[in-house]
Design a protein around this ligand. Structure first.
Ligand code: ADP
Length: 468
């Protein structure tokens, strides 16, 4: 599955925001816990010092008799929630309140404090213990505080923060989707414009937003690349044009010389056949060179050809006789039913006639004898144009979008014996494109083909199209 950049950016953005939030949540809760424990440790340490000082005080007063009672009274002096236990090294208890009984004793190294966080009976305690030497006596003093409530508080805080992560993730996904849409919309524009540029519109360029950012740089780079492609393309067209032009004269010379030789009376049959072949081949080459020249010089010819306001049916009327006499050689009839309406178009009559002749020529070539070709003009609210239909061999669906390519012929194995070079439809398309029109085919194998040409309706006030 391929994800769009927009979706990927959104996923990345939302995931990163959620990850950062999780880290921040844990950071907040852990530092809160550390702070609370640090404060408790300070209070507990001073609590131990207080008990040790109290015992020293009692020793000084020689009053070590009823330590249990004395310590109970002293315990009320400790901060709220703190409690302590005093034992002798042999673990006999000197003083221990009831609540301290649940806290297990922890024995430190001599001269050291020992700090522990422990769980007992479902509650959490922080406890510190150390030995205190009071005159000849050695006591183990252990102080503790119940931190269960703080634990519950910080755990609750952690849950609240963690539950806010998906909500924040959803909000950041929406924000990310919107932001990436805004950032990527110029790329969409670049893609659409680049897609619309083909060999016939190589002079078109991507618009620059003027922001001079990365996307503008991309457009500038693509435009420079198009400049280079256009230059190379023009050179190729120029070369094809020049080469075809140069070939025309020698081929015409070969043909006329062969025809002259053929006119000589006493030539052997095999020489005659050879000359006939030369004439047929050079006739074929003359046609091919002519078509190549038309394609290569399309732009120049276009510039020289005037666009006029003409009547849609005019080109059909003009070629009808030629088409009928061509078709009659193969016993094919050409029908034409004129529209009752007069429809104006802006175009070049000679070019439109050429398009119609290419289509009729093909229809004759690919329709068996006694077939039927139908010529129609059509008009709708927005457009108008021509239909050229035949009941010939038809074109397979897979070939229908290829037939407008240069040198494409459906049956590649066919020789040029039928006079085709695979250039007719690409010439027709380039002439229709020149008029900013469209050409499409509908066809079924064995049933026939219909070519539909569409133009904009002529508007007297409209600017003439400029050839690009
Ligand atoms: P060609 O010189 O071979 O006719 P075109 O460019 O005019 O070259 O046509 C390309 C191919 O399209 C032809 O080789 C032919 O196979 C197919 N084609 C064109 N017109 C028709 C049609 N009316 N009926 C059937 N096939 C057609």
């Amino acid at each position: 599955m391929t994800l769009t950049i927009r979706t990927r950016l959104t996923i990345w953005y939302a995931s990163l925001v959620m990850l950062i939030l999780v880290v921040v949540c844990f950071g907040i809760v852990l530092s809160a816990r550390w702070g609370l424990r640090h404060a408790a440790d300070q209070e507990l340490t001073s609590g131990i010092d207080g008990v040790a000082a109290f015992l020293n005080h009692k020793l000084g007063m020689n009053d070590m008799g009823n330590l249990n009672e004395e310590l109970r009274e002293h315990s009320s002096l400790l901060p709220r929630g703190k409690m302590f236990r005093v034992t002798r090294p042999d673990r006999t208890v000197v003083y221990q309140p009831d609540m301290m009984a649940v806290v297990p004793p922890i024995v430190p190294d001599p001269d050291n404090l020992r700090k522990e966080s422990i769980e007992a009976k479902g509650r959490s305690y922080r406890t510190i213990s150390r030995f205190a030497k009071v005159g000849p006596y050695l006591f183990l003093i252990q102080v503790a505080v119940d931190q269960t409530e703080y634990q519950e508080l910080t755990t609750g805080l952690l849950w609240i923060l963690l539950l806010s992560v998906p909500v924040a993730g959803l909000l950041s996904a929406l924000a990310g989707y919107w932001m990436s849409g805004r950032v990527l919309s110029p790329i969409d524009q670049i893609t659409k414009t680049t897609n619309s540029i083909d060999a016939r519109s190589l002079s078109r360029r991507l618009p620059l937003l003027g922001t001079n950012d990365e996307l503008d740089q991309l457009s500038i780079t693509i435009n420079r690349m198009l400049d280079r492609i256009a230059t190379s393309y023009e050179r190729i067209e120029q070369f094809t044009g020049d080469a075809s032009h140069e070939l025309r004269t020698p081929v015409a010379l070969i043909r006329s010389n062969a025809e002259l030789l053929l006119m000589l009376g006493d030539i052997q049959p095999n020489v005659r056949n050879g000359l006939a072949d030369i004439i047929a081949e050079s006739a074929y080459m003359t046609g091919l060179i002519g078509d190549l020249l038309t394609l290569a010089r399309g732009a120049e010819e276009g510039k020289a050809s005037p666009m006029e306001l003409i009547e849609l049916a005019e080109p059909v009327r003009s070629i009808l006789d030629r088409a009928r006499s061509l078709a009659s050689t193969r016993d094919i009839t050409v029908e034409y039913a004129p529209l009752s309406q007069i429809v104006p178009i802006r175009g070049n009559q000679a070019m439109i006639e050429r398009v119609l002749m290419i289509l009729i020529d093909n229809a004759i070539r690919y329709t068996p004898p006694h077939g039927r070709i139908q010529l129609e003009t059509w008009v709708s609210e927005k457009g108008c144009g021509f239909l050229v239909s035949d009941n010939g061999i038809g074109i397979a669906p897979g070939d229908q979008n290829k037939i407008f390519e240069r040198f494409f012929r459906v049956d590649a194995a066919r020789t040029h014996g039928d006079g085709g070079y695979g250039l007719g439809l690409s010439i027709a398309k380039s002439l229709v494109d020149f008029h900013r029109g469209s050409i499409q085919v509908e066809s079924e194998l064995g049933q026939g083909s219909t070519f539909r040409i569409g133009f904009e309706r002529g508007d007297v006030t409209r600017q003439l199209p400029v050839y690009q």
